[in-house]
Design a protein around this ligand. Structure first.
Ligand code: ZN
Ligand code: ZN
Length: 573
C-alpha cells in the first residue's frame, strides 16, 4: 500500500451484526417510533419554516354615553370626552366607572378631614407649616371646630377639602358596561415584507355596525362588559374601584401559499392582582380638576376618578417555508436514532434479555488492545493442553507469574504437514542417541520442575517445560526428531529459502534459531496475536548444547513484536 499519510486514508466504524429476529424487530419498531415523532414535530411545530416576529401599531376608539346622578351636582350625561379622562398612553385606553366629585373649591383656610390621629384639642397640637402624606394642605397652627363633636387642625388648601375616601357603591358609571371600543391594529412581518390589519378588507360599514363578539370572533368592536366578563371578572364589581384589563391580540400566521392563514385571535385577562390589592390601595384611580372663574375668583371642581384601563398587547409570529430550516431540522433529528442503539445495547447489557447473548455480543464488540509497554508472553507446558498468556515481569520469574488468560493450542497445520513430509526420508539417517553427553550445567534452580533447567539472571528466562514435577520434554524422542535433528533443520532452512547456499544452511547459529522455531511451532503452534512465544530454559540449553555458539555468547531472550512465525524464526533467540 503506498504510504501517503492521513490524506489517503479513510476510517470507518466496524459493526457487529447480531442475527436475531427479536432484536431486529425491536430496532425497526424503535426507529419507526422515532420517525413518527420527528414527522409529527415537523408538521405540528412547522419546523420546516423560518419565523419572524410581529411589529405592530394599535389605535382605539371608545363609544357610548351614560347618564348618572352625582350627589350634590345632579344628573350629568357622560360622553367619551368625560369618561376617557386625561390619561392616554400608547396602546391603552381608560374608562371612568366611578367618581367622587368635590365642587367649588377655592384657595383658602378650612379644617382638615377628621381622620384617625388627626384630631386636636388646642392650637399646640397643630404645628404651623407642617404637613404629611395624607394632608390636603399646610397647617396654619390653629385648632378649629370641624363639626359639633370634633376639632381638627386648620389648613391652607383648596377649600372645602375632599371628605369622602371610599368610592360610592354601586359604581356611578356602571352603565359603561355597554360602551364599545373599536380596536385598529396594523401589523407587519419585516422579514417577509407582509402587512396585515385586523379590520379585514371584506368588513364594510354595515358589517361593523352589526357585528359583535358573539357572532364573529374576528369582529374588531368589543363591548367593555364582554371584555371584562371574558377576563373572568364581574363588571359591576370591578367598576367600583377600577383595575387593569389586558386585551391580547395574537397573530399566528402561516404564509405558505397552500396553507395561507393570518388572522388575529383575541383573548382577555385581568392584569392587576385583585386579591393582593384587597387591603392596600386597591384598584385604579386618579384625580383631575376642571377650573373656572367665578366673580374673578378661580374655582375648581375636583374629580377622583376610578376606572378600568384597557391595555392592548400584540404579539405573534409568521412562518414561511425555508429549505435551509428543513435541512437543519432533519440534521438535528438524526441524533435521535442513536437512542435505538443505546437502548438495545443497554437491554443486551442488562440481564433482562439473555446473559449468553450479552456475553457473546461483548466478546465480539469489545476488542482489547494491549498498551505498547506491556509485553505478553506465550507459554506452553508439556503437562498442560492449553497455552498460557503471561505478562512479562521485571522481578518475578516467568515460571511463577500468574497467567492473564488461558487459550487453546492453535495448531500450525502447514508446519505439521511440512515436518511430516520431511521426516519420512530422514528416517534412515537417524542420529545416535545423545544422552551420553555429560551434563555440564550448574545445579537445578528452585523454579525448575523437570531438573534440566539452568539458572538465569533474567526473570523472563526463568521458565521450565513443566508445571509440576516430572520428566523433561528434552528427554522425549520427539524432541530429538522435531527440534534437534540436523537433517531436518537443514531441510527446513532450504524449504524456507530454496536458493540459500549450503554454507548458510550449515551455520550453527542458523541451525540453532531454526531449532527454536521448530520448538515453537511444535509446542505453541500459532501464537495469539501480539504475544511472544517463550521457550523453556531446558529446551534452550539443550539446543545450545547441540548447536553451540563458537564464542559461547548468546543474545538471550528478547521479546520483539512479531507478526508471523517466519519473523519469529528469525528472532534473536
Ligand atoms: Zn526445568
Ligand atoms: Zn525441561
Amino acid at each position: 500500500m503506498p504510504c501517503c499519510g492521513v490524506l489517503c486514508q479513510y476510517e470507518t466504524n466496524k459493526l457487529v451484526r447480531i442475527q436475531s429476529v427479536r432484536l431486529g424487530s425491536l430496532k425497526w419498531s424503535l426507529n419507526a417510533a422515532i420517525l413518527l415523532f420527528i414527522c409529527i414535530m415537523l408538521l405540528w411545530n412547522r419546523k420546516y419554516q423560518e419565523f419572524d416576529l410581529v411589529v405592530s401599531s394599535v389605535t382605539t376608539k371608545v363609544k357610548g354615553v351614560a347618564q348618572t346622578h352625582l350627589p350634590g351636582v345632579g344628573d350629568v350625561v357622560w360622553d367619551v370626552v368625560d369618561y376617557s379622562g386625561p390619561l392616554q398612553s400608547k396602546n391603552s385606553f381608560f374608562v371612568v366607572t366611578n367618581v367622587i366629585v368635590t365642587k367649588n373649591q377655592k384657595q383658602g383656610k378650612c379644617p382638615e378631614v377628621p381622620l384617625k390621629g388627626r384630631m386636636c384639642h388646642t392650637d399646640e397640637d397643630c404645628e404651623k407649616g407642617g404637613w404629611d402624606q395624607k394632608s390636603h394642605g399646610i397647617k396654619t397652627g390653629s385648632c378649629v371646630r370641624y363639626d359639633v363633636l370634633k376639632k381638627t387642625c386648620e389648613v391652607s388648601a383648596w377649600c372645602p377639602v375632599e371628605t369622602k375616601t371610599n368610592p360610592p357603591r354601586p359604581a356611578l358609571l356602571a352603565a359603561a358596561e355597554n360602551f364599545t371600543v373599536l380596536i385598529k391594529n396594523n401589523i407587519r412581518f419585516p422579514a417577509f415584507n407582509y402587512i396585515q390589519r385586523n379590520i379585514l378588507p371584506q368588513m364594510n360599514d354595515a358589517y361593523l355596525r352589526s357585528c359583535h363578539r358573539g357572532n364573529d370572533s374576528l369582529c374588531p368592536i368589543f363591548k367593555l362588559g364582554d371584555v371584562v366578563r371574558e377576563a373572568g371578572e364581574k363588571f359591576s364589581v370591578m367598576a367600583i374601584e377600577g383595575g387593569v384589563i389586558g386585551i391580547l391580540i395574537n397573530w399566528d400566521c402561516n404564509l405558505d401559499r397552500l396553507m395561507h392563514r393570518c388572522r388575529p385571535k383575541y383573548t382577555f385577562r385581568r392584569l392587576d392582582e385583585k386579591e393582593s390589592n384587597k387591603t392596600l390601595y386597591p384598584g385604579l384611580n386618579f384625580r383631575y380638576a376642571k377650573y373656572n372663574m367665578v366673580n374673578g375668583v378661580e374655582e375648581r371642581t375636583l374629580y377622583k376618578a376610578f376606572g378600568i384601563r384597557f391595555d392592548v398587547m400584540v404579539f405573534g409570529q409568521a412562518g414561511k417555508f425555508s429549505f435551509i430550516q428543513l435541512i437543519i431540522y432533519i440534521g438535528s433529528t438524526l441524533s435521535y436514532y442513536a437512542l435505538t442503539t443505546m437502548m438495545i445495547d443497554w437491554l443486551i447489557g442488562t440481564s433482562c434479555y439473555s446473559a449468553e447473548v450479552g456475553q457473546n455480543y461483548f466478546e465480539k464488540k469489545v476488542e482489547s488492545v494491549q498498551d505498547k509497554q506491556k509485553c505478553i508472553l506465550c507459554v506452553s507446558y508439556v503437562d498442560e493442553n492449553n497455552i498460557r498468556l503471561v505478562k512479562k515481569s521485571q522481578k518475578k520469574s516467568l515460571q511463577d507469574s500468574k497467567p492473564i488468560s488461558v487459550q487453546p493450542h492453535k495448531e500450525d497445520s502447514g508446519h505439521l504437514r511440512a515436518v511430516l513430509c520431511l521426516l519420512q526420508p530422514a528416517e534412515s539417517d537417524a542420529q545416535p542417541p545423545l544422552d551420553h553427553k555429560p551434563d555440564r550445567r550448574p545445579r537445578r534452580p528452585a523454579w525448575c520442575k523437570c531438573g534440566h533447567c539452568t539458572p538465569s539472571s533474567l526473570p523472563q528466562e526463568e521458565l521450565c517445560c513443566r508445571q509440576s514435577d516430572g520428566a523433561c520434554i528434552t528427554s522425549s524422542p520427539l524432541f530429538e526428531q522435531l527440534v534437534l535433528r540436523r537433517s531436518l533443520l537443514e531441510a527446513v532452512l532450504l524449504y524456507r529459502d530454496p536458493l540459500s547456499p549450503p554454507a548458510d544452511r550449515h551455520q550453527t547459529s542458523a541451525l540453532r534459531h531454526c531449532a527454536y522455531s521448530q520448538y515453537i511451532s511444535w509446542r505453541i503452534g500459532v501464537p495469539p496475536e501480539d504475544t511472544h512465544p517463550a521457550i523453556p530454559s531446558c529446551c534452550v540449553w539443550r539446543v545450545r548444547e547441540e548447536y553451540p555458539s563458537p564464542d559461547g555468547q548468546y543474545s538471550g531472550f528478547r521479546p520483539v513484536r512479531m507478526a508471523s512465525m517466519q519473523a519469529c524464526a528469525n528472532g534473536e533467540l
